[in-house]
Ligand binder design. Structure first.
Ligand code: NAD
Length: 327
């Protein structure tokens, strides 16, 4: 079977494409390269440049490549932008998903893996977030991911399509420097950005009800996340696979912002002490996945730790910011 990977030139998508191709899966990538980087894809993986929201193009790619499964990563993903431009997020992330599902179902696709997010949960007050924890997204971005899951499951039922929704927690690191995240939206690249500009890292809030007073998150190496996609793809290609699965993709352990910033100082060799700023509205004290269902249903769990994430992310940062490496 051939997999269509939408958004496969993106940070996560390129890791997924490489992991799946490396495991012997046939695939084709569809990416409009709006935030992606074509060079992330090695020779041998075909990249079709264009929008996953274009039904004529999707239909043509499905026919030309005999596509039977889709891994859908292409999306807008900036929480803050989604608050300012909700229509754009609903149109592309949700309206676009509806067009994609309709088109690929008509083309005979019966396997669908969807990139969801821990943002569907909002800020639940629980020690470990399980898939049964109530969903209450705090942003239009999170809403589009939650409604996207509903749509994926409904389309799966309507068309006899086996589906998996993967709720990623905090993704970090890179399998090799050239695959690193180019955005500065997550805490690790945000700290690198501050250090590169000669500024101290910032910690927002040290008075949370956590052991060191800073927020706790669940970090996940992107290479582990890529393997989760492979496991999901294999799970729904087992003979007779039907139904839907919605699963957390996280490590199951929490790391505080203070611990993370200290580790970044150690790895970058930058001794600047973090400055403490007031809490940011909407940040929850703790967001850590229960990783049990992923282990049970996908036979998957994380293998790489937070040190490996920071070291590999730093190598990627220095590749793109040689002036930092020279310091
Ligand atoms: N990075 C994270 O921490 C995180 C966490 C949870 C969920 N996610 C989800 O994972 C997915 C991938 O995120 P990422 O971090 O790799 O982002 P990214 O911006 O690096 O990748 C998105 C890719 O999709 C492509 N794209 C966007 N719109 C497109 C369209 N209409 N048609 C074709 N291609 C299009 C972009 O060019 C890019 O290559 C997204 O769905 C995102 O919401 C990411």
């Amino acid at each position: 079977m051939t997999w269509l990977i939408t958004g496969g030139a993106g940070y996560i998508g390129a890791h997924v494409a490489r992991a799946m191709a490396g495991a012997g899966e046939d695939l084709v990538v569809l990416d409009d390269v709006s935030t992606g980087v074509a060079e992330r894809l090695p020779e041998g993986i075909e990249l079709v440049r264009g929008s996953a929201l274009n039904p004529e193009l999707v239909k043509r790619v499905c026919a030309e490549h005999a596509v039977t499964g889709v891994v859908h990563l292409a999306a807008r993903k900036q929480v803050g932008e989604s608050v300012e431009r909700p229509e754009l997020y609903y149109r592309d992330n949700l309206g676009g998903l509806a067009v994609l599902l309709e088109t690929v179902a008509a083309a005979g696709v019966r396997r669908f893996v969807f990139s969801s997010s821990a943002a569907v949960y909002g800020n639940p007050d629980v020690d470990l977030i399980t898939e049964a924890t109530a969903c209450a997204p705090m942003s239009p971005y999170g809403e589009t991911k939650l409604a996207g899951e509903w749509l994926v499951r409904a389309a799966g039922r309507a068309h006899g399509m086996a589906t998996v929704c993967l709720r990623y927690f905090n993704v970090a690191g890179a399998a090799s420097p050239e695959l690193a995240d180019t955005g500065v939206y997550n805490v690790i690249p945000m700290v690198f950005d501050r250090l590169s500009r000669g500024e101290a890292p910032r910690i927002f809030g040290t008075d949370y009800p956590t052991p060191d007073g800073t927020c706790i998150r669940d970090y996940l190496h992107v290479a582990d996340l890529a393997e989760a996609h492979l496991a999901a793809a294999r799970r729904i290609t087992e003979p007779g696979a039907t139904g839907d699965l919605t699963v957390n993709i996280g490590s199951g352990t929490g790391v505080s912002v203070r611990e993370l910033v200290d580790l970044i100082s150690e790895i970058t060799g930058d001794p600047r002490a973090a400055v403490v700023e007031p809490r940011r509205p909407g940040d929850s004290p703790r967001a850590v996945a229960s990783a049990e269902l992923a282990a049970k249903e996908l036979g998957w769990s994380t293998r790489r730790g937070v040190r490996e994430m920071v070291e590999s992310a730093w190598a990627g940062w220095r590749l793109r910011h040689p002036e930092t490496a020279a310091k």
